[in-house]
Write a protein that binds this ligand. Structure first.
Ligand SMILES: [Zn+2]
Length: 209
């Protein structure tokens, strides 16, 4: 898991999704607890011994101090028992979309492509909070039963998924969907219809989330 964790961090960084040392990831361990990227380390150059190990209560057990966004990760693990991994990024299109006026906080990204529906479901928008503020964990706890993907206003995105790979794919899907939505904003277009969204959800369910 430590090797896979570092490889996934490097892959996200190589794609430009973790610039300036931003972003953090975590992965639940079969033996209990979870690994989380440490505070102040770049995702692109993590080594297996750099990772922070926390128990299921979120208490730091070994390695360097965990990311300050630990409360947000812990809230998702506690609220969504099927969550195996979490990715938080500051990607530009997702962050830009979090600032657009008039977004529905319960369905913040229009359904424009089938993979966004499969991997993200309805995306929730959370209000602005100072990074690391435990209130982000409280807000996520209140909404994690219905949502696995979140936009944090003026900050970035958070996604939960079954595996580390699925969480990374979901984070990338969210960024690409936000990019599409920004492109389409000034162009007459048609998104997926409610019937099409329902057909996708019926066929694929929540197998990734
Ligand atoms: Zn952040």
């Amino acid at each position: 898991m430590r090797q896979e964790f570092c490889a996934q961090g490097a892959a996200l960084a190589a794609q430009g999704h973790a610039r300036g040392g931003s972003g953090n990831i975590s992965a639940r361990l079969a033996s209990g607890g979870f690994l989380i990227s440490p505070s102040g380390y770049a995702l692109g150059s993590l080594q297996p011994d750099d990772l922070s190990l926390c128990d299921d209560a979120g208490t730091h057990r070994s390695g360097p101090p965990p990311s300050k966004e630990l409360p947000l990760h812990l809230a998702l693990y506690r609220s969504r028992p099927k969550t195996g991994a979490i990715v938080h990024l500051h990607t530009p299109h997702a962050t830009a979309w979090s600032m657009v006026d008039g977004i529905d906080p319960d369905n913040a990204l229009p359904a424009v492509t089938p993979y966004a529906v499969m991997r993200l479901g309805a995306v929730a928008l959370l209000p602005f909070a100072v990074p690391g503020d435990p209130v982000l964990g409280d807000w996520i706890s209140g909404r994690a039963l219905r949502h696995s993907a979140f936009l944090l206003a003026n900050h970035g995105s958070v996604v939960a998924a079954r595996t580390l790979k699925d969480a990374a794919f979901a984070a990338e899907e969210l960024e690409e969907t936000a990019r599409l939505c920004l492109i389409l904003r000034t162009i007459p277009h048609h998104g997926l219809t409610p019937n099409q969204v329902e057909a996708i959800e019926t066929h694929y369910g929540d197998r990734f989330r």
